[in-house]
Design a protein around this ligand. Sequence first.
Ligand SMILES: [Zn+2]
Length: 67
Amino acid sequence: MPIYEYKCKDCNKEFELLTTSAKDDQKIQCPTCKSANVTKLISAGAPLSGIGIPLASSGCGGNSRFS
Ligand SMILES: [Zn+2]
């Protein structure tokens, strides 16, 4: 069963939802503020090791910036 991550646009609360059915357009409500204004995030269930990390954490500890 896939677990999807959603983010509420109203209160910026991120939450996970376990979908048991094949229906993808079910009404999603924020568990915090009950808003339906939520967006679907990319599921973290598929590990993409080595992809999407071109540089080692730039901006974290380095003052000099090259552009
Ligand atoms: Zn909310």
